[in-house]
Structure formats: C-alpha cells, structure tokens
Design a protein around this ligand. Sequence first.
Ligand code: FE2
Length: 161
Amino acid sequence: MKAARRSAEDEVRHTRVMQALAHRHGARMPEVDIRPFQPRSLEAMVTENAVEGCVRETFGALVTAWQARTSGDAEVRRALGPISQDELRHAELAWAIDDWASERLSPSARDLVLQARRETLRMLEHEVGSQTPPEQLVREAGVPSREQALNLLHGLAVLVA
Ligand SMILES: [Fe+2]
C-alpha cells in the first residue's frame, strides 16, 4: 500500500516536471482523463496490473532510461534520470504484485494473465513498429528510433512471455 501510494505521488511529481519541460520547449501536455476507481475481482486487478504495470510500465521505464542516457539535451537528461529510476521502481512493484497474486489465482486464471501479457506485447510491438519518431525528438529528447524501440521491446519480451 505504501509503495503504491509512493508511486502515485511520483507520477504527480513527474507530471509537474514534464509540464515544466514541455512549457520551456513551447509545447503543452494533453489533459488526461482518469476514470473513477471501481472495485474489481482479483483476476481483473492482476490482469490490469499485468497489462499496465508488467508490460507497459516496464517498457516505459526502459524508454525513459534510454532517453535519460541518449538525449542530446542536458536538461532532458537531468529531468529524466530520476524519473526513469522511479519508473523502474513502479515496474518492480507491478512484478511484485504479479508474484504475490499469481499464487492466489487458479491455474486457468494464471494462464489468462500470461495471455494478457503476451497480447499487450503484441499490441506494443504493433504500436512501436508503426511509428517513426521525428528525427528532432530522437536527437534532442533521446526518444528511441523505431528500430531502437523494437530492440528494447524484444529484450523485454524475453522476460515477459
Ligand atoms: Fe510509473
């Protein structure tokens, strides 16, 4: 619970840092719409954790760490270094939840969670494979190129599936 709360606080801080960075570069952050919390079954919770945490957040942590190392802009590198460490911790939390919950699920429910992870990986591969980030973003923000992002994803696939 403490780790989850800390993660939520991290995300609020990250949003502020990224808003300031976007503002300085003349961009605006889009508004996000967060649905109200709904109680759900353990299986539904673990599946969402698998999709959003184990796959998407872990990939996000990899991409952010990549940006923190490869951005040509020192300000971006400075901002993203600590954020990438927070994101890695969030990903670790997702995997710890997955571990805790998988002992409490039936074999068939566990199988569905694994399928959800694989399906999310396939969707991510499609998303990443169909995008070519602008050269300026690769250079200045350290955003991985299409090939680099696919390589990161394939490395992650070994762990996830
Ligand atoms: Fe996060």
